[in-house]
Design a protein around this ligand. Structure first.
Ligand SMILES: [Ca+2]
Length: 219
């Protein structure tokens, strides 16, 4: 959430307080990380208060949607596949795989990889063996699209990212049996207001039994 996150809600409220001390009305300008600027006409007599709901998807708890925290904050693991996640840097290139990861930032999910941080040896792997799931905290759908980067295995029955509503997978996507992640997008406008979770599934130990994922965006 760009500058809101940087300054925090306390700083924002203080700033608003200063505006209102000299203005009957003011524009609240919110600069988002994706480049958009939101401008809200705020009148002193109408202003009651302000709250900040973490994450663009209004998650019930903070979730690392791009894994740049270097951990799995807001996600729940089952099995073994996600024990060494997220992974750091372009690990496929570090082992001369010939297919770059295409990740965002520094950290991403790659269930073949085993390089949790920069101090771990580049190119380390856990291979296709481990299986498991990684499920996000519940959130309320408030955007018409979710996009994310996906790569790795291409069997929808065993390697996929899915959107759960009331425990049912209402959207699911697999990779293209290529390490390099591509951005895909789900139209979720029809699900507005519903409680949902993202689940990443690695349910195979065979060839291409791994999945690469990064950078969920709520658009
Ligand atoms: Ca990332």
């Amino acid at each position: 959430m760009g500058r809101i996150q940087k300054y925090g809600i306390f700083g924002l409220v203080c700033t608003l307080g200063l505006w209102f001390s000299s203005h009957a009305a003011a524009d609240l300008v919110i600069h988002l990380k994706d480049g958009r600027t939101l401008r809200v006409d705020v009148r002193k007599e109408d202003f009651m208060g302000m709250s900040f709901e973490a994450g663009s998807a209004n998650a019930s708890q903070p979730v690392t949607w791009d894994f740049e925290t270097g951990n799995l904050k807001g996600w729940t693991r089952t099995g073994e596949a996600f024990n060494n996640q997220p992974t750091f840097g372009d690990n496929p290139t570090a082992r001369n795989r010939g297919q770059a990861s295409g990740h965002q930032g520094q950290y991403w999910i790659g269930t073949y990889e085993n390089r949790p941080g920069p101090s771990d040896p580049a190119g380390g792997i856990q291979g296709d063996g481990p299986q498991g799931t990684l499920t996000s905290a519940p959130f309320t759908i408030r955007n018409s699209r979710i996009s994310f980067l996906i790569g790795g295995g291409c069997d929808l029955t065993s390697q996929r990212v899915e959107l759960l509503v009331q425990g049912e997978a209402v959207r699911k996507t697999t990779g293209e049996c290529h390490e390099t992640m591509k951005r895909i997008s789900w139209d979720i406008g029809a699900l507005m207001g519903k409680q949902a979770q993202i689940r990443i599934v690695d349910a195979s130990s065979g060839g291409w039994g791994h999945i690469n994922v990064d950078d969920f965006r709520f658009e």
